[in-house]
Write a protein that binds this ligand. Structure first.
Ligand SMILES: [Zn+2]
Length: 56
């Protein structure tokens, strides 16, 4: 299925058998999201992953 990126509204492909905790990434903005379920619906929240430096 496809889920809209909360950040850029791009289309993120999520496997139909995705489980809570699965990490997906947005092809448009590169943001990673963690799958979770609320009221039986699949939702995304920002994954807390360590990404490259912000060039401090
Ligand atoms: Zn995005």
């Amino acid at each position: 299925m496809k889920v809209k990126c909360p950040d850029c509204e791009g289309e993120i492909k999520v496997p139909d058998d995705a489980i809570a905790g699965e990490i997906v990434s947005c092809p448009d903005c590169g943001q990673e999201y963690e799958v979770y379920f609320e009221d039986g619906k699949l939702k995304l929240k920002q994954a807390e992953t360590v990404k490259e430096d912000w060039g401090e």
